[in-house]
Design a binder for this molecule. Structure first.
Ligand SMILES: *[C@@H]1O[C@H](CO)[C@@H](O)[C@H](O)[C@H]1NC(C)=O
Ligand SMILES: *[C@@H]1O[C@H](CO)[C@@H](O)[C@H](O)[C@H]1NC(C)=O
Ligand SMILES: *[C@@H]1O[C@H](CO)[C@@H](O)[C@H](O)[C@H]1NC(C)=O
Ligand SMILES: *[C@@H]1O[C@H](CO)[C@@H](O)[C@H](O)[C@H]1NC(C)=O
Ligand SMILES: *[C@@H]1O[C@H](CO)[C@@H](O)[C@H](O)[C@H]1NC(C)=O
Ligand SMILES: *[C@@H]1O[C@H](CO)[C@@H](O)[C@H](O)[C@H]1NC(C)=O
Ligand SMILES: *[C@@H]1O[C@H](CO)[C@@H](O)[C@H](O)[C@H]1NC(C)=O
Ligand SMILES: *[C@@H]1O[C@H](CO)[C@@H](O)[C@H](O)[C@H]1NC(C)=O
Length: 402
């Protein structure tokens, strides 16, 4: 078994990358980085080459599931562009490069005179802000996009930075000397420059079958019906702080089989930069207690451990969003045993993806629907109508074969 601190580092960092920081404080254990499983740099070259181009309107661009815990996309910066593998983060809004591959300046790179610092849950970056040309796909190049060149940073092994697709307000307070200024996001500039007509993007993630699986897609400027089935159910962006600073929504209740996990309307966020699904501690306790013999491996991994004898009896964990059940079936709640080695967790032990947030409910951000939830559904982030949409996919339900 890999050093637990390595693992905790990896999970907690991604589980917290975007839940930050000005407004939300989620207790996290800061640990020494001793792990190595993120050392292999993700490659999205194939992805870049095979982007799907539509003749007009929305652009669908591939996304890669890297070591099961994060999604990256290949983003070009400069002219000619250098390509970087950036984490797709709906929970933060600054875009930056330089944590792996260094920033390559070209004639289009113009310093803006600002320094930038963004603190994430357990990591941060700090550097110099530039305007540059950012290429998301052929024919989809944003000019004068403000990006950071990370000169100092922590906890970005194996990736080159972040593409932040959260609300622009999250960029406030990150620049210096213009501490009050906002940094327009990729979405803001794409709209302003006429590359997209709607400030909407759709994300399709799916459970990976390998540790480097380009099985995802992000559509800029609209939604792509190829990636979902049936109708999209929308929930308004919540007015409850601090979830309201993010892509936050209310769920009206959450059940695990016949057990109530969240009894009333509660605000939380949808965050692609978080790997797991986090529930406020009191809600998580109800889930834990409903699974015979399950416990939270607090000191080692921070993950729930489920006895093999309880797996067959597991029930769906249902989130009700605007009247419709969005269910995580047994497969969705568990880490496939054949992934344990890459996660760096003990082989043969059945871990799960639902864990606790680190504080009781009542703080206005009481759950995080992270990557492992998003892998089951198509999710639409609609700034034009201030809402988040969810649709079923071909892989919403699956059978768990331990
Ligand atoms: C990831 O996949 C890409 C394209 O399929 C490939 O070029 C690359 O070598 C793979 N990287 C690793 C670390 O396996
Ligand atoms: C950077 O780009 C913004 C538009 O996105 C523009 O307003 C600003 O003047 C540019 N700054 C420099 C130094 O070119
Ligand atoms: C970037 O913005 C500046 C200031 O508005 C402008 O002078 C420059 O032409 C713009 N550059 C590009 C490539 O659009
Ligand atoms: C920007 O950062 C540099 C070091 O990288 C520092 O020398 C400079 O004083 C900083 N400027 C501001 C305005 O914070
Ligand atoms: C989902 O399944 C249907 C029916 O088998 C198929 O037509 C469609 O292409 C699939 N969609 C995706 C995104 O795989
Ligand atoms: C989609 O929504 C429409 C209108 O609300 C409804 O009539 C239809 O039955 C729904 N279809 C599915 C597949 O849920
Ligand atoms: C949970 O959702 C699934 C899928 O919609 C549904 O089949 C099941 O009946 C729901 N369970 C409860 C207890 O509502
Ligand atoms: C959303 O949840 C919060 C609790 O997190 C609650 O105070 C608020 O009333 C809810 N909003 C709606 C519209 O139900």
């Amino acid at each position: 078994m890999r050093s637990f601190s390595a693992f905790l580092f990896a999970v907690i960092i991604t589980a917290s990358r975007s839940t930050s920081w000005a407004s939300v404080t989620i207790p996290l254990t800061k640990l020494e980085r001793t792990g190595s499983y993120l050392q292999g740099s993700p490659h999205a070259d194939g992805a870049r080459a095979s982007f799907l181009e539509t003749t007009s309107g929305p652009k669908t661009i591939p996304a890669t599931n890297v070591v099961y815990i994060q999604y990256t996309m290949s983003v070009g910066v400069g002219s000619p562009p250098t390509y970087y593998d950036l984490i797709i983060d709906t929970g933060s809004s600054n875009t930056f490069v330089g944590t792996g591959k260094k920033y390559v300046r070209t004639s289009t790179s113009v310093p803006t005179g600002q320094n930038v610092t963004v603190a994430y849950g357990t990591g941060f970056f700090s550097g110099i802000e530039y305007n540059d040309t950012v290429t998301l796909a052929a024919g989809f190049a944003i000019t004068n996009q403000s990006i950071g060149d990370a000169l100092e940073f922590a906890y970005f092994d194996g990736v080159d930075g972040i593409i932040g697709v959260g609300p622009v307000d999250l960029t406030r307070g990150k620049l210096s000397p213009d501490t009050g200024a906002l940094t327009p996001t990729i979405m803001d500039n794409a709209l302003k420059q006429g590359l997209i007509k709607q400030q909407i993007f759709g994300i399709s993630f799916a459970p990976a079958t390998t540790s480097n699986d380009t099985n995802g897609a992000i559509t800029y400027g609209g939604i792509d019906p190829a990636f979902y089935t049936g109708n999209i159910t929308y929930a308004p962006v919540t007015k409850t702080l601090s979830a309201a600073h993010f892509w936050g929504i209310n769920v009206t209740d959450v059940t695990y089989g016949t057990h109530t996990v969240i009894p009333q309307s509660t605000a939380g966020i949808v965050d692609s930069g978080t790997t797991l699904v986090l529930l406020a501690d009191d809600f998580f306790s109800r889930y834990l207690q409903a699974i015979p013999g399950a416990y939270l491996d607090v000191s080692n991994t921070g993950l729930i451990v489920i006895p093999p004898s309880s797996v067959a009896g597991m029930q769906p964990l249902n989130f009700t969003i605007n009247g419709r059940a969005f269910s995580m079936d047994t497969a969705a709640q568990l880490i496939p045993l054949n992934e344990n080695a890459i996660w760096g967790i003990e082989t043969g032990v059945q871990y799960g993806v639902i864990t606790k947030l680190g504080a009781d409910s009542g703080r206005g951000l009481d759950f995080i629907l992270g990557q492992k939830f998003m892998e089951k559904y198509y999710v639409v982030f609609d700034a034009d109508h201030n809402r988040v949409g969810f649709a079923y996919t071909n892989h919403t339900f699956s059978t768990y074969l331990p």
